[in-house]
Design a protein around this ligand. Structure first.
Ligand SMILES: Nc1ncnc2c1ncn2[C@@H]1O[C@H](COP(=O)(O)OP(=O)(O)O)[C@@H](O)[C@H]1O
Ligand SMILES: [Mg+2]
Length: 314
């Protein structure tokens, strides 16, 4: 079982869209998938046309009322089970503050679940509070969806910093295993430039003692596609709504990469390909992530991502 948190504290970057459609593609290929909506805004829950108040047991009950995962799961589709966000989840962040062991409640609930599952995807809220912390405490992996926009880099730095702390203090098994470019527009040179800078940055991190040293920068880029934006209002995954569009093509391709990762994990260590499976190496010794600031950069503060998050901001 792979437990993957889909996280970025920035809203509107494609977390929920990725959770739904990646899970749907994997389920279609025969994998047993659990989806969890940890966002009090309940976008994932409403995506499926569910009313959070309709359910006796939700994420809220699991986190604060000792309900078991088995009690809370809803069978959504073939191979897809779902943990709905609850109407009270917005208050959970406050209520959790006083709970002993608050960071590991979700982890304990998943550990206690004894039915066979291939993938658990946790759709995180757009914040770095206690709900996201529970996702990071429970997950083995984090996938970061990112829009290739200059301002995304600062958010990425902050997110990596938090993941480093979680890895050191709460969950040593946590790795940042995937980075996915969403709403990608190949026609803008800025997108290509930012993608290049991010690739260079992570290549330089390969030999470091960080949870992202083995990160996969997915070759699949999710292109901007209006069908992806339309499908939620129909309560359908992209494969149910428009199986032949670019959005469906991209998420299917992403699922292929995720399955390849799973196969690599399952191979004995000495047969695992390394250099072959990594993104192309960019040999740029001391290059920082943004060498020449993009035009927008001059209007804002300098990006922080090139620095080692453990060294603090200066
Ligand atoms: N590749 C895409 N092309 C077009 N619209 C997209 C794409 N990915 C997501 N969207 C739309 O952008 C908005 C934000 O996406 P969402 O997945 O909800 O982000 P998040 O969960 O990070 O807040 C939604 O309206 C969604 O339908
Ligand atoms: Mg969302």
């Amino acid at each position: 079982m792979r437990i993957i948190a889909i996280a970025n504290q920035k809203g509107g970057v494609g977390k929920t869209t990725t959770t739904v459609n990646l899970a749907a593609a994997l389920a279609e290929k025969g994998n047993r998938v659990i989806l969890m909506d940890l966002d009090p805004q309940a976008h994932l829950t409403t995506f499926f046309g569910l009313d959070p108040s309709q359910y006796e047991h939700s994420c809220y009950d699991l986190l604060l009322k000792s309900a078991s995962l088995d009690q809370c799961l809803i069978q959504l589709r073939e191979n897809v089970q779902f943990l709905a966000s609850g109407i009270d989840l917005a208050g959970a962040e406050q209520e959790l503050v006083t709970v002993v062991g608050r960071e590991t409640i979700l982890r304990d609930a998943i550990e206690a679940y004894d039915k066979p599952v291939d993938y658990v995807f946790i759709d995180c809220p757009p914040s770095l509070g206690l709900l996201t912390l529970n996702a990071f405490g429970a997950a083995q992996e984090v996938f970061i969806p990112l829009q290739p926009h200059f301002l995304s880099l600062q958010g990425l730095s902050q997110l990596l910093e938090m993941l480093m702390l979680v890895n050191r203090r709460i969950n040593p098994a946590l790795s940042v295993s995937g980075l996915l470019f969403c709403m990608y527009d190949a026609r803008t040179s800025l997108s290509a430039e930012i993608v290049g800078d991010i690739e260079t940055y992570f290549e330089q991190q390969r030999d470091t003692d960080t949870p992202w040293k083995d990160i996969t920068l997915f070759k699949t880029r999710i292109r901007r596609n209006v069908k992806l934006a339309e499908s939620p209002s129909h309560g359908k995954t992209i494969f149910e709504y428009e199986p032949n569009c670019k959005g469906a093509e991209d998420y299917l391709s992403l699922a292929g990469e995720v399955i390849d990762m799973t196969k690599q994990h399952e191979l004995p260590a000495d047969t695992v390909q390394t250099s072959e499976s990594l993104p192309p190496v960019v040999h740029a010794e001391e290059k920082t992530i943004i060498e020449t600031p993009a035009p927008e950069a001059q209007l804002t503060t300098q990006p922080q991502v090139a620095k080692d998050p453990t060294q603090g901001q200066s």
